[in-house]
Design a protein around this ligand. Structure first.
Ligand SMILES: [Zn+2]
Length: 218
């Protein structure tokens, strides 16, 4: 893998036991700048693991920085940086799952998964946005390759169609009400964690989108 040369490769992901080590690992293997201060170690490790894997799979662009933001409930993705909510703790994802369960709330796609997958689902959802973003960049001609641009446009068009025609089969209420981009991220998260739970129409599309995203750039 070339590009910014951030990926060492070969070694694979190793979970850190302290936030300092998680930051060191991230700057060695994923990104130039990271701020995990105040973040639960389980969350930092999950983000490191998933960003690293997605880069190894060539599914996302270079990650220039991992930073904290305040206010929002979930991880946020902007451009090629990856932001996480300040003070977020690993247990919060599982608590959110439990509260949803107790109140019969199916807003979030993690409700189709067991509780111990809640954190993984939240991070995978955000990786889904990064995959979608890479396809968006291709669609807008960012790779200066007409064939790539055309294919990206076709995949995006296809997703909008599939999304609108299969709203009742989406894995969460959020996927249904929040629009096709959130729908993509929700479907992507289940596709990566437990594809058996998804309707075939979504699995086929994700197969194609993921194969395409990994086929160009670096
Ligand atoms: Zn989202």
């Amino acid at each position: 893998m070339s590009g910014a040369g951030q990926i060492t490769g070969g070694g694979g992901f190793t979970p850190a036991t302290s936030i300092e080590d998680a930051e060191k690992w991230a700057t060695k293997n994923i990104t130039k700048k990271v701020d995990y201060q105040g973040v639960d170690i389980k969350v930092a490790n999950e983000i490191n693991k998933q960003l690293y894997t997605a880069r190894q799979e060539n599914l996302i662009l270079d990650v220039s920085k991992i930073n904290k933001i305040g206010g929002a409930e979930e991880f946020n993705v902007g451009g090629n940086s990856f932001s996480i909510v300040q003070g977020r703790v690993a247990g919060r994802a599982e608590r959110a799952w439990q509260v949803s369960k107790d109140t019969d709330n199916f807003l979030n796609a993690f409700m189709v998964l067991p509780k111990d997958k809640a954190l993984e689902q939240l991070v995978t959802h955000e990786i889904g946005h990064l995959v979608d973003y890479k396809i968006d960049v291709a669609k807008m001609g960012g790779y200066l390759d007409k064939a790539i641009e055309k294919k990206a446009k076709s995949i995006k068009r296809k997703w909008t169609k599939i999304y609108n025609a299969n709203k009742d089969r989406l894995p969460s209420d959020y996927a249904e009400i929040a629009g096709s981009k959130e729908g993509f991220a929700e479907v992507y998260s289940i596709y990566r964690i437990e594809p058996k739970l998804l309707d075939n129409v979504f699995v086929s599309h994700m197969d194609e989108a993921v194969e395409f995203a990994s086929s160009f750039g670096n």
